[in-house]
Design a protein around this ligand. Structure first.
Ligand code: MRU
Length: 339
């Protein structure tokens, strides 16, 4: 997608470096960051300099390619990378693929490039397949950031929205701010502004209000892992929106490439849920009047907080899963994506 008229992906490889968009600086600053070795790349995934299931997968694959180039122990590098973010199925999928298919550094780089290209191809297919859902005048609610920053390019949930908008359809998006890290307010809104997609950021607890008033036609969210029974792990707060959508008779779609589907995982109860540092609840980042990016405390100094990064939406609340192979009923995941 374009930033100030120039095409970017969320991550790419340049020589031995992995280059990423430094996402915590957005929307205030657009800066690239060069990661010099697989350890720096693992750290960038862990600290969420890059994030979003597909971008995590592609960055992990590039990190493996770096490990091959560095000549370090591949199994140890694999462990360093795989432990960074436990919920996103794409990370393990990408690391397994590079390790299984590459014998040389050249092959590892080629495999990582193929993985990144596949994300882009699949995102474009998701855009086409989801397009009929985003009709003229649609008001869509989305959660977190599942856009191009999260899937190398295009994105999953917003991909059909981008395409509908580019085709001249009138589309409007309610963007959940997505506490605690505010990926909706910081990243999804910024992406939509680049593309000129009309939208409004809303507090995470406002979605039900707009749904009840008949101002939401459909919800589309991304996914971090989809279990064999169709349960979906996605950013914390997704479950609430799915229940509210059902209560209000609103279709609730999940968009994801097949690399997010983990048929070996029987149900949502088996999905590991990442618990992140409680400081993400206590502090928020923002830009001051003097254009400095600062971190401020929002809770009492002695307060403690819980911070699960994801929740599981049971299959029964999901209308369909938009994949590169079509829109699949959650109950058909096992059948369609069996090994
Ligand atoms: O913790 P994050 O920011 O990596 O979580 C991102 C999400 O939950 C996205 O919705 C999901 O990864 C889909 S990305 C195409």
């Amino acid at each position: 997608m374009k930033v100030r008229g120039k095409n970017y992906r969320a991550v790419w490889m340049d020589g031995r470096d992995v280059v990423v968009i430094n996402q915590p600086l957005l929307p205030h600053r657009f800066e690239l960051l060069r990661l010099k070795n697989h350890r720096q790349t693992a750290n960038a995934i862990k600290t969420m300099i890059i994030r979003g299931a597909g971008t995590i997968g592609a960055t992990g694959a590039y990190g493996m390619a770096q490990a091959y180039l560095e000549g370090v122990d591949i199994d140890r590098a694999y462990r360093t990378l795989v432990e960074t973010r436990p919920t996103a199925a794409d990370l393990k999928h990408a690391l397994d693929r590079v390790r299984a298919r590459a014998k040389t550094a050249k092959e590892a780089v080629a495999e990582a490039e193929a993985i990144a290209d596949e994300y882009v191809e699949r995102a474009e297919q998701i855009a086409e397949i989801g397009l009929p859902l985003v009709t003229n005048g649609s008001r869509v609610l989305t959660h977190c950031n599942a856009g191009w920053l999260a899937l190398v390019d295009w994105g999953s949930a917003p991909a059909p929205i981008y395409l509908a908008h580019r085709k001249g359809r009138k589309v409007f998006v309610w963007v959940d701010e997505t506490r605690p890290r505010n990926q909706g307010a910081n990243l999804t809104s910024w992406e939509f502004l680049q593309e000129g997609v009309p939208h409004k950021i809303i507090a995470d607890n406002a979605g039900g209000h707009y749904m009840r008033r008949g101002e939401v036609d459909l919800c589309i969210v991304g996914a971090d892992r989809i279990a064999a029974n169709g349960d979906v792990a996605n950013k914390i707060g997704t479950y609430q929106k799915a229940v509210l959508a059902r209560e209000n008779g609103i279709p609730f779609y999940v968009a994801a490439p097949s690399s997010t589907i983990d048929v070996k995982c029987a149900s949502g109860d088996k999905i590991p849920i990442e618990e992140r540092d409680e400081d993400e609840m206590h502090y928020i980042y923002g830009q001051t009047r003097n254009a400095k990016i600062e971190r401020v405390r929002v809770s009492p100094l002695k307060a403690s907080a819980g911070n699960p990064a994801f929740d599981v939406t049971p299959a029964k609340y999901i209308t369909g899963i938009i994949t590169e192979r079509g829109i699949v009923k959650p109950g058909d995941i096992r059948k369609v994506f069996k090994k």
